[in-house]
Write a protein that binds this ligand. Structure first.
Ligand code: FAD
Length: 340
């Protein structure tokens, strides 16, 4: 066995525990943390190991309790003024050091702007692999391998990726893909307080945090999403989409076709290169249903599609399909809603 392979096998044998990186944004943990802990618990049970959560930041009072309630058995918390604002530099140093010290077998993180920026660097520092944007995670119990499934080649195939010997096995998952677990109010666990060393410091400094207006489109957290595609015909078509969204208390989504035509901003885009949503109700107006769109919305509880082409692929995933002109169907929906 070549030296490198042997060293990696040793790493695999030593590694223990499933970890979730619990990001904190403006003092809050996004929903994806609960979703990852829900999935992490299922994986940890299959591997018969503890579920750990790592939280970095400053002023983290109550974070450990929240993480225990969301399913963590052990929380590694580093609370330090140097971690007050997210910064790739120092966050990566600390997380990579914890990995080297505690050797988790699996590490999951959200495919959020923070996760996407930081986790590839952590994987490089830990000399391991990373599968980004997974849509499925499972365990091969015999080999103790994390089976990481994600769309590949523009969504035309689903690839299952494994990291045979390096550890941890690392994956990022988009918000709303995994199901969160039951909240265990008042649950207790083991808290490991992590101190920063003098060497752990950042070369960059955050001067100001500016919230983008686009970020205010809360697509991923919405219970109702009304999406317009190229079928709405132009920017004015989105007024009708907006009216229906308002009547149903929902948020406006869009296809890449509509976004690329500059009818609406990218923050509204649903799909492979946009947001993944799983609302209770998803209404698709004039959306053909390309595979890159479907991967971002097919987990919705109820899908309603309106399209004038009876063969549009969106009807393959729709629970209710209306073959017709959206400019007739959507106003009819609106007037019916006003009567309720
Ligand atoms: P079209 O495919 O043009 O469909 C318009 C539909 O509207 C048609 O089915 C038509 O019958 C219907 N229609 C027209 N007029 C009416 C009317 N009056 N009433 C009712 N129906 C009407 N796409 C995404 O959405 N999200 C992504 O994240 C994404 N990522 C991509 C990544 C890659 C790498 C690639 C290659 C593509 C990606 N795409 C993505 C693009 C995707 O392949 C499709 O091109 C896009 O989803 C099509 O958008 P659309 O359904 O609005 O337009």
């Amino acid at each position: 066995v070549p030296e490198v392979e042997r060293a990696q096998d040793d790493r695999a044998a030593e590694a223990k525990g499933v970890w979730v990186y619990a990001e904190v944004r403006a003092g809050q943990m996004p929903e994806v943390v609960a979703e990852l802990l829900g999935q992490g618990r299922r994986l940890a049970e299959q591997l018969d190991v503890e579920l750990g959560a790592v939280v970095l930041g400053h002023g983290l009072d109550g974070a450990a309790g929240e993480l225990f309630a969301m399913g963590a058995d052990v929380v590694y918390a580093a609370d330090d003024p140097r971690l007050a604002d997210f910064n790739d530099d120092i966050y990566c140093q600390v997380l990579a050091r914890l990995i080297a010290e505690y050797k988790p077998e699996v590490l999951l993180a959200g495919a959020t702007s923070i996760g996407r920026s930081m986790i590839p660097r952590v994987a490089t520092a830990a000399a391991t692999g990373l599968t980004a944007d997974c849509t499925g995670l499972a365990i091969d119990p015999e080999k103790r391998l994390l089976l990481q499934t994600r769309p590949a080649f523009g969504g035309n195939i689903m690839a299952t990726i494994v990291c045979p010997s390096a550890r941890p096995q690392m994956a990022t998952v988009r918000p709303r893909v995994m199901k969160r677990g039951e909240l265990r109010q008042g649950a207790q666990g083991r808290l490991v307080t992590v101190s920063l060393s003098d060497e752990e410091k950042s070369l960059t400094k955050v001067l100001e945090v500016v919230q983008s207006l686009e970020e205010n489109v809360n697509l991923t957290g919405a219970d109702v999403v009304i999406t317009g595609g190229r079928g709405v015909g132009g920017p004015e078509g989105f007024q009708l989409v907006g009216q229906l969204a308002e009547a149903l208390g929902g948020v406006v989504g869009a296809t890449r076709g509509a976004v690329d035509s500059e009818w609406i901003g990218h923050a509204h885009q649903v799909g492979q290169t946009g947001r993944t949503v799983a609302p209770k109700l998803y209404v698709a107006l004039g959306v053909s249903g390309a595979v890159q769109h479907l991967v971002g919305m097919q987990g919705s509880d109820t899908i309603v599609a309106v399209n004038k082409d009876p063969n549009a692929p969106i009807f393959d995933v729709a629970h209710y399909g209306i073959v017709g002109d959206l400019f007739k169907v959507a106003p009819a929906m609106l007037s019916r809603l006003k009567q309720l």
